[in-house]
Design a protein around this ligand. Structure first.
Ligand SMILES: Nc1ncnc2c1ncn2[C@@H]1O[C@H](COP(=O)(O)OP(=O)(O)OP(=O)(O)O)[C@@H](O)[C@H]1O
Ligand SMILES: [Mg+2]
Length: 397
């Protein structure tokens, strides 16, 4: 063994790319299949499941005949800003193209809108700004003439809608959703796909503004956990040049420990296992190191805090009820429908009429799963233990 310790290629902050990224072929296939069918896509899933990583991979490996552009629109604060951003993104996408028809189209728009420059940071007009919402309705149908199918990934779209909704700009949120719905429904707007992404449960935000129809035509794609085979691949990929060494059986043990195989959890674990292995100068990973790494990962609250914060954020009113379900579930390892009902009829919560809606939300949102009939448990031991640590005292325990 050389004396120099080689670190695994983990990444736990930004989206995973390049050799840190494990290709999610199943997701890519489903994605292109749905786009080809003419569907628009909803990539809404809890934080850290790998949405941005997948979208960046889809953008980078865009098939022939498609033009893809990924953008994070987090900073958008008003309805007009949203339309301006979308207008700019479409121009930026067209700007990248090498196809003559697309270049011609861009030249036409440059003249029509008196645009002096298009760059990564946006577009500049030599004269006044324009009515972006109106002009979007003009430029999108023109994309058909390029024979290229344009795909636009709007990351953090759900956050923008949630923010508008919370800041008493509900009408702006509804207006954006409404316009986008109209554009999707219009037969002239072909060869054009929008991918709406984010980690806020968009369905629930929309439910709170009572307009579920505004997004029910979107095709949701789940990012989901890795299969055991993919997990083996990811461990191998991240550690193949590293000093630490996982045997087949330690990978199996790691999978049993995690139960829910999000790539993020695998990355966090490998990072800490590596630190432990180095401290002990033992490159061969043992089960005890995995146990210890699990505890270390849990202690860093920032890894899981968001799971709690986001519930408070967009479920503020129902939070005490939802949290009571989760606390019970964490401490008892499970919760039954009867127990949920008992909480629901408690006058503190008073959710007798719609309590199962929240259970469904917690399932869709990646907190709990149904296990057996009328019984639920946390999907991830990490989350369960995080909740216990956060609320160590529960009903006198
Ligand atoms: N396919 C993958 N291969 C390897 N690691 C991955 C993959 N997908 C996700 N990860 C891990 O998960 C982390 C979060 O990924 P990403 O930023 O794509 O998730 P996200 O769902 O966009 O999160 P957020 O909601 O916080 O924006 C990455 O830093 C990386 O550790
Ligand atoms: Mg992201």
């Amino acid at each position: 063994m050389s004396t120099e310790w080689k670190y695994p290629k983990t990444i736990t902050g930004d989206a995973a790319t390049g050799e840190r990224y494990l290709k999610r072929s199943r997701i890519n296939e489903e994605f292109w299949r749905e786009v080809e069918k003419g569907n628009h896509i909803l990539f809404v899933a809890p934080r850290r499941v790998g949405k941005t990583s997948v979208m960046k991979d889809l953008e980078e490996n865009c098939p022939d005949g498609y033009a893809c552009i990924y953008q994070n629109i987090e900073g958008v604060k008003t309805r007009n800003e949203f339309y301006r951003r979308l207008f700019e993104i479409i121009l930026q996408c067209v700007h990248r193209s090498k196809i003559q028809k697309t270049k011609d189209l861009l030249a036409k728009w440059f003249a029509k809108y008196k645009i002096s420059e298009v760059s990564k940071s946006g577009i500049k007009f030599s004269e006044n700004e324009i009515d972006y919402e109106g002009e979007l309705r003009n430029i999108i149908p023109e994309l058909v003439d390029t024979d290229v199918h344009t795909v636009i990934f709007l990351d953090e779209f759900a956050e923008v809608i949630n923010k508008l909704n919370k800041q008493n700009m509900q009408q702006d949120a509804v207006d954006i959703l409404h316009t986008m719905r109209e554009i999707r429904a219009d037969a002239d707007f072909k060869n054009f796909t929008i991918v709406y992404a984010g980690s806020i449960g968009l369905q629930f935000v929309i439910k709170s503004i009572d307009r579920p129809k505004l997004i029910n035509d979107l095709h949701p794609i789940e990012t989901g956990p890795l299969s055991i085979k993919e997990m083996h691949e990811l461990v191998h990929q991240l550690t193949n040049d590293a000093t630490i060494n996982f045997s087949e059986s330690t990978v199996v043990y790691l999978a049993q420990k995690l139960k829910h195989l999000l790539p993020y959890y695998v990355q966090l674990m490998i990072e800490d296992i590596d630190v432990i292995a180095k401290e002990n100068a033992k490159p061969y990973v043992a089960d005890e190191m995995i146990d210890e790494a699990f505890e270390r990962v849990l202690k860093k609250n920032k890894n899981f805090d968001d799971w709690l914060v986001r519930l408070r954020d967009y479920q503020a009113e129902q939070f005490p009820f939802i949290n009571e379900i989760l606390k019970t579930c964490a401490h008892n390892g499970k919760i039954t429908v009867q127990e949920i009902y008992n909480l629901a009829i408690d006058e503190k919560h008073n959710r007798k009429d719609d309590y199962m809606d929240y259970v469904e939300e917690l399932i869709n949102d990646g907190y709990i799963v149904e296990e057996g009939k009328n019984m639920y448990r946390f999907i991830s031991p990490f989350l369960q233990q995080f909740w216990i640590n956060k609320y160590p005292i529960h009903h006198g325990r």
